[in-house]
Design a protein around this ligand. Structure first.
Ligand code: PMP
Length: 449
């Protein structure tokens, strides 16, 4: 078997996610034979450094021996079973762990099987909570400009990235969209904190106006990942928590992308020292091995559903693969790695190295901003550094970086004109240096004409 043959067979029958399939007339799809650590290897023996953690899921490398062993052991016991009326040890232990490691007050864990589904669960639970306590006028959600929460219709509705959303607008519930705290737009010399705090006034106004009809505000704390890795200060999350309490509105923290150490702390909400009413987790939850998500919530919310069956107030949401035992076991192994290896401390060093290797991009004539939050670093390419005029999207400059990087052994997948590094935590200093060099050369070629 080789790359070409497999790619041909692939394109004859497959339809890939987030892809204009016609692009593959020009760019081959790459069949991967195996993975090891930060490396992926194709059928022709080419290796690629997985600098984006395979869509932000992988934490401790491909073929991680600890996670591999845990899944193999689980296979000999139970792979999966119905999670209604039945339970299993891995699912119980994982819920205990998640309750223990997430911010205080999040004492209940509801499983789903991907990030979008977790968002759907949180939205439905919030709405249903208010209904169960008699507040039936609460039917709306507040979301931030440039947010992203997934692709299923409810999750898409509370997102705000036009590229994914605009086509489906007629199918989506209406939401209240508030201008966001994205610090790319701060004034020269203004700190992230000042700008984020200033932008919070718009949220406060929206809450003041709409709170009576609003179930929840949903945010991606600190980094709007799919929204071009735009970042903001924790003070916004802190103010939002205070305001949600004041106006009796839930706070949903979508930590699907930013959870599990990406922002430097285990969960981004910790940096604001707050507990949300719902926390959605997925991606890194299983170390990037298996699809699983969890929605953590409070006793108060749980209790509003805990009544006699005849009230018909139960949360009757389900997915066939809820609480998949193999996935739960992978997640337990992932949490164990965090706990036994001082990962967050090691990541502080790695994050500093990331900042250092990216230093030279600040001065690049086509780079408007290099920004970083913990283990996420983004480089914003622009046509004009002074005015920040972006490159027209039709020029697909990011795609040129992608192709150059692939040809040189790095998997980068820019978001439009934003090149970012979000590597597995097992990347080495040397690999980071090399990654930056490939990105530098890729950008050089992408902005040539
Ligand atoms: N929320 C956020 C913040 C995300 O980044 C993503 C995925 N990129 C999702 C939700 C959706 O998760 P999934 O792709 O597993 O449905």
């Amino acid at each position: 078997m080789n790359n070409f043959d497999l790619a041909q067979r692939d394109l004859a029958v497959l339809w890939h996610p987030c892809t204009q399939m016609k692009d593959h007339e020009q760019y081959p799809v790459i069949p991967i034979k195996k993975g090891q650590g930060v490396w992926l290897e194709d059928y022709d023996g080419n290796r690629y450094l997985d600098a984006i953690s395979s869509w932000w899921v992988n934490l401790f490398g491909h073929a991680n021996p600890i996670i591999n062993a845990a899944i193999k052991d689980q296979l000999d016991h139970i792979e999966h079973l119905i999670f209604a009326g039945f339970t299993h040890e891995a699912g119980i232990k994982l819920a205990e762990q998640l309750v223990a490691i997430t911010p205080s007050g999040l004492n209940r864990c509801f499983y789903a099987d991907n990030g979008s589904s977790a968002v759907e669960v949180a939205l439905k639970m919030s709405f249903h909570y208010w209904r169960n306590i008699g507040q039936i006028q609460k039917t709306k959600f507040i979301t931030l400009e440039n947010s992203y929460h997934g692709e299923t219709l409810g999750a898409l509705a509370v997102g705000n990235v036009a590229l994914y959303k605009a086509t489906y607008a007629p199918l989506l519930m209406e939401v209240i969209t508030v201008p966001g705290p994205d610090c790319y737009y701060r004034e020269t010399g203004e700190s992230w904190a000042t700008y984020s705090e200033r932008r919070f006034e718009l949220m406060e106004q929206a809450l003041q106006r709409h709170a009576g009809s609003v179930c929840a505000v949903i945010i991606e704390p600190l980094v709007q990942c799919a929204g071009n890795m735009r970042m903001y200060d924790a003070v916004y999350v802190k103010r939002l928590r205070e305001a949600c309490d004041k106006y009796h509105v839930h706070l949903i923290a979508d930590e699907i992308a930013v959870g599990f150490g990406r922002t430097g702390s285990l969960f981004a909400c910790e940096q604001a020292a707050i507990s949300p009413d719902f926390m959605c987790l997925s991606k890194g939850l299983t170390g990037g091995y298996l699809p699983l998500s969890a929605v953590l919530t409070t006793d108060e919310i749980y209790q509003a559903f805990y009544q006699d069956y005849s009230t018909l107030n139960a949360f009757l949401h389900s997915h066939s693969y809820t609480g998949n035992a193999l996935a739960c076991r992978a997640a337990l192994a992932t949490i164990e790695i965090f706990q036994q290896n001082d990962i967050l401390v090691k990541n502080q060093v790695l994050a500093k190295t990331m900042a250092a290797v990216a230093m030279r991009f600040h001065e690049h004539p086509q780079v408007a901003e290099v920004r970083q939050t913990g283990m996420i670093l983004a480089i914003e390419l622009v046509k004009n550094k002074q005015t920040r005029e972006p490159y027209p999207w039709q020029q697909r400059r990011g795609l040129k970086v992608y192709q150059y990087a692939l040809a040189n052994g790095v998997l980068l997948r820019p978001l439009g004109n934003v090149i970012y590094f979000m590597p597995p935590y097992v990347i080495t200093e040397t690999e980071l240096e090399w990654l930056a060099e490939v990105a530098w050369q890729g950008i050089k070629r992408a902005v040539e004409d």
